[in-house]
Design a protein. Sequence first.
Lengths: 98, 499
Amino acid sequence: MSTLSRDEVAKLAGLARIEMTEDELVELSSQFGMILDAVARVQEVNLEGVKATSHPQPIENIARPDVVLPSLTPAEALSGAPAQEEQRFRVPQILGEE
Amino acid sequence: MIFKTATEMADALSKKEVSSVELTQSHLDRIAAVDGDVKAFLHVDKEGALAQAAAVDADRAAGKNVSPLAGVPLALKDVLAQKGVPTTAGSKILQGWKPPYDSTVVSKLKNAGIVILGKTNMDEFAMGSSTENSGYGPTFNPWDLTRTPGGSSGGSSAAVAAFEAPLAIGSDTGGSIRQPAALTGIVGVRPTYGAVSRYGLIAYSSSLDQAGPFARTVLDTAMLHEVIAGHDAKDATSINAAVPSVVAAAKSGDVKGMKIGVIKQLQGEGYQKGVQTRFTESLELLASLGAEIVEVDCPSFEYALAAYYLIAPSECSSNLARFDAMRYGLRTGDEGGASAEAVMAATRDAGFGREVKRRIILGTYALSSGYYDAYYGSAQKIRTLIIQDYAKAFAAADVLVSPTAPTTAYKIGEKVDDPMAMYLGDVATIPVNLAGICGMSLPAGLADEDNLPVGFQIMAPAMQDQRLYQAGAALEAALISKWGGALITKAPALKGGAN
């Protein structure tokens, strides 16, 4: 049976930018072994020489003519902003003090 | 009037026997009477709906040409952006968000004069099979209010089954239209991937997501399908081809000489007895109508569930990175000079529910260096094998069939703490999503042991959606004549409104 420790879950949560409570980390860690065992079944199949499918339709990159089309106004784009200032999204501090 | 089909309502509107404002008000009254118990809606847009209805009535009075479903009301899954109307995808992280734009599906509905009554409940970001993962509490199955209506589009299926709307839109990433349709005794179609634009559909798993129609009859479903399908330059994965003639197919409903393939792997062990019985009876009916029944072998389907629960979480871990507390949605912990990263992490903890976190973490794991090839890479190869299985099966049959879900509707709370048990409910619907083809669920009767609806699934190759409707209409007509009326008329009356 696969396992994923509380610390491994905490590391993944950090990578995913989710600050989990201790209870959540423990709960996820306890469920993960079963889920990993179930999904690991993909490794039971001989996949040698099989191509990967990332997408169901055989389409190439789609480009459009480089012309300006109507888009959201600044007010519309900012309408859901948690905070704004001078027609911009105001975000928390992104650099340290020094 | 609310107990009629959408087609009958459209007919009455065109003959001016009823106005769209009256029809819309009747549905709003029904919602007021029964939705306290069903809880299908997260938001009812009474003013918006009545204004839309009045506009359609004015167009009709002025003698303008209106589209066939103009003035008929609809319930919209809360995963689709509607300008100025709260859109949450069932998540607390989007509570109160009002999109500044319409999704393409909504634009098409509005252009067709279809009246949008409100936004329906769903599993958070469409991750779930019971609506219990909604950040706003579950929806209840109108057939039995102690049970789930399925999910993730359970609000939409319950609204249609409870006669709160004749039509609804859902989205189907692993079965989220077909399974709730099955569990509530209505019709639901997941169109071919790329047939309906994903612009403005809040992304869960981009290579699997597809919006589609719900209704109480095959023909109504086809009418709505034709409204929302079609190429859209705003979605790079949208198929640039003519929309299949699904309405014509639903009206023909002829299966004489049609080859119907029963998928060996999608029946038997794990399927409830009453589900299997109704499925077999439906097959016999189709055979009696002149269809040829063959069995097909799809050995890779055994691994579809495992592949899905790697691919979908991987894509979701990437897609949901956009909920970063910076541009829209929830922001918490923004005090005392907290860093952007700390605010982001606190917000995502507060805003996401358990299942969403579980899938993001699983996806982060499956995509991480050292595990990528073994998990995500293998899952993508299984996907190729499933596509090959379908190609072989469709060489032997025009459509493929199976039960939609292995069981009827289960009790609220029964599987919520057991994610693997919940995932197993998607075993018959997931292969369609992985292959990007189309599928329908329609009612096949009630299971003997619990008197709850059973769904019959039909699958067809990409952009052959009309075959679903052709076979579906034939089976529906035969079943209705056998039962002496549509299955939905057998649903128990809800408190506050006689059926």
